[in-house]
Write a protein that binds this ligand. Structure first.
Ligand SMILES: Cc1cc2nc3c(=O)[nH]c(=O)nc-3n(C[C@H](O)[C@H](O)[C@H](O)COP(=O)(O)O)c2cc1C
Length: 244
């Protein structure tokens, strides 16, 4: 299964609106700021991570009104890697046969999509002390030896250029930074592993104990990374309206 939506939003000063420039499977355009948004909550409605992700994207679009926004919604999951995938990846690219190119095609696309981004907004709930399985499947697809990282005498080295990655996360009860927070450190490590060091955390914790308070705390983190505009705009960008 493989689906991607690229959609362009424009700001008219009072909000963000999709334009007719809706394209399926459009790849990187040079000279345009590219935002990749990856969502992983299974909930398309009432998701706190998606709501906070909307706010981060709105602020990025405010700062880059001509940006191209690519949506990767893992509620439509990517494939799991399998034995054919591993074998193909271990084969020298020049030696791969057609079936091996096919086995890696989705992963190639996902790495290219990530590499084309000038800013990444990744949203994730905590599921059972870790990330949703769909996000782990995406991570397995984008961590590619000789494509997104490689081994050197000094150990593994990331191959993607650094860029801001906003990691938006929410937990029902787990305090972020606690000994059982296996999400923040893991995601920070994965991004650094492929070369992306500029990780910016937005965390709504203990949403079960009071959504408003935890959202307020997360919003303060968004403010710290992307300060509010002097003139407030009316945000109008619910992700579920335009998700593929
Ligand atoms: C299957 C599942 C597992 C969860 N596991 C945890 C957990 O281990 N720790 C925790 O603090 N919250 C856990 N939660 C709560 C979610 O992290 C929390 O409700 C979060 O806000 C969900 O994100 P969303 O609102 O974007 O869907 C879990 C929720 C679900 C649905």
């Amino acid at each position: 299964m493989f689906s991607m939506t690229t959609i362009m939003l424009v700001s008219n000063g009072s909000g963000l609106f999709p334009t007719e420039a809706y394209e399926e499977e459009t790849m990187h355009e040079h000279n345009r700021f590219n935002i990749l948004r990856v969502d992983s909550s299974v909930r398309r409605e009432q998701s706190i991570t998606r709501k906070l992700g909307d706010e981060v994207v709105q602020r990025l679009m405010r700062d880059h009104p001509e940006a191209r926004l690519t949506l990767r919604d893992l509620a439509d999951p990517v494939d799991f890697i399998d034995a054919d995938w591993v074998a193909a990846n271990l084969t020298d690219p020049a030696e791969r046969d057609e079936s091996q190119h096919l086995a890696l095609a989705e992963s190639d696309r996902l790495v290219a999509e990530l590499d084309a981004a000038d800013a990444i907004v990744l949203t994730t709930p905590v599921y059972n002390f870790s990330v949703p399985a769909a996000l782990k499947a995406w991570i397995d697809m984008i961590c590619r030896a000789r494509l997104s990282f490689h081994y050197t005498a000094k150990g593994p080295q990331g191959m993607l250029r650094d860029r801001p990655a906003y990691l938006v996360m929410a937990s029902g009860g787990m305090p972020f930074g606690s000994p059982v927070d296996f999400v923040s450190g893991y995601l920070r490590h994965i991004f650094a592993f492929i070369g992306i060091q500029d990780v910016r955390m937005v965390q709504a914790e203990r949403t079960g104990g009071g959504v408003t308070a935890s959202e307020r705390a997360a919003r303060a983190m968004i403010d710290a990374w992307l300060p509010r505009a002097a003139v407030a705009t009316t945000a109008r960008y619910p992700a579920q309206e335009i998700a593929s």
